[in-house]
Design a protein around this ligand. Structure first.
Ligand SMILES: Nc1ncnc2c1ncn2[C@@H]1O[C@H](COP(=O)(O)OP(=O)(O)O)[C@@H](O)[C@H]1O
Ligand SMILES: [Mg+2]
Length: 266
């Protein structure tokens, strides 16, 4: 496994620096892609300017346009009112500034919804929607931004129409330092390495669950409950990680040998 470069305090890993720079430069359409559970959705909902609020859509193959633009809903009095979907709510933002729309798992959207999403994420000059109840023409307010996320690795698999609208695609290959801070210190380095470790990957969510659970039931049971068959090897790796001096390969080998010897003595 490639050891990632040690970061100075306050320095961001490259992928997150790219996200920050793109948002700071006013890029308003961004795709974050890469492995699940690494922090793409969190970033979409929380980073950059979200003063107009953040709205999330999770695409599935059986979702409908109701989630994007809205649907009629019966009220207690028997009348019907229009319940706005996340796309329109994000267009309207806080009334002054457009909001952030986070479209998760974009590759899972079916044809009909996909077409609506293209319309919603179109350039602000061409995007508009007629409110079915008031017939008012609604347009995205200034400040409306979109972050799409997907677990697919090859951006070529995304339809051309979508790529046209989202020229900036950033592959996230490391958890954000803020996310690692939510873990106990002994888990951080290992979590960072394992979040994007292909088939062996362990998501941030698993580490968080393990961390929480071990304070109640102990590390061994917590590992068994969260990591299943891999519990033992993961516990071993965490123990080794805890003692290893970072970025010192010889030291690492020595610690590894010590830890293994200790285990055998058990
Ligand atoms: N920057 C961050 N700060 C704090 N918590 C984070 C951060 N990034 C991710 N998390 C947490 O890690 C977990 C996985 O993140 P998520 O955004 O859902 O991953 P993804 O969208 O890549 O599958 C969530 O519980 C989330 O709250
Ligand atoms: Mg997500």
């Amino acid at each position: 496994m490639a050891t990632k470069k040690l970061l100075k305090q306050g320095e961001l890993p490259k992928c997150w620096q790219d996200v920050k720079d793109a948002l700071d430069a006013g890029i308003d359409r961004i795709v974050l892609f890469g492995t699940a559970g690494i922090g793409k959705t969190y970033a979409g909902l929380n980073y950059g300017n979200i003063e107009g609020g953040a709205h999330r859509l999770i695409c599935t193959d059986d979702m409908t346009n109701a989630e994007v633009t809205g649907c009629w809903q019966p009220s207690a009095s028997g009348s019907w009112s229009w319940l706005e979907g996340a796309g329109i709510r994000a267009w309207k933002g806080n009334g002054q500034t457009g909001g952030r729309l986070v479209i998760d798992e974009i590759d899972k959207a079916g044809g009909d919804v996909f077409a609506t999403l293209l319309a919603i994420t179109d350039t602000p000059d061409s995007a508009q929607w007629e409110h079915p109840a008031t017939k008012e023409i609604i347009k995205p307010l200034n400040g409306f931004t979109v972050v799409m996320t997907t677990n697919i690795e090859d951006m070529e698999e995304l339809p051309m129409a979508l790529k046209d609208r989202f020229p900036v695609c950033i592959r996230i290959n490391e958890p954000h330092p803020d996310a690692l801070l939510r873990l106990s210190p002994d888990l951080r380095e290992y979590a960072k390495q394992m979040c994007d470790a292909g088939e062996r990957r362990i998501s941030l969510r698993s580490f968080m669950a393990f961390d929480k659970l071990r304070s109640g039931v102990g590390a061994k049971r917590s590992a068994e409950m969260v990591f299943g068959k891999r519990a033992k090897s993961i516990l071993d790796a965490i123990a080794i990680d805890k003692v290893k001096p970072i970025d010192d390969n010889d030291g690492k080998m020595a610690e590894l040998a010590n830890a293994l010897a200790e285990q055998e003595a058990f």
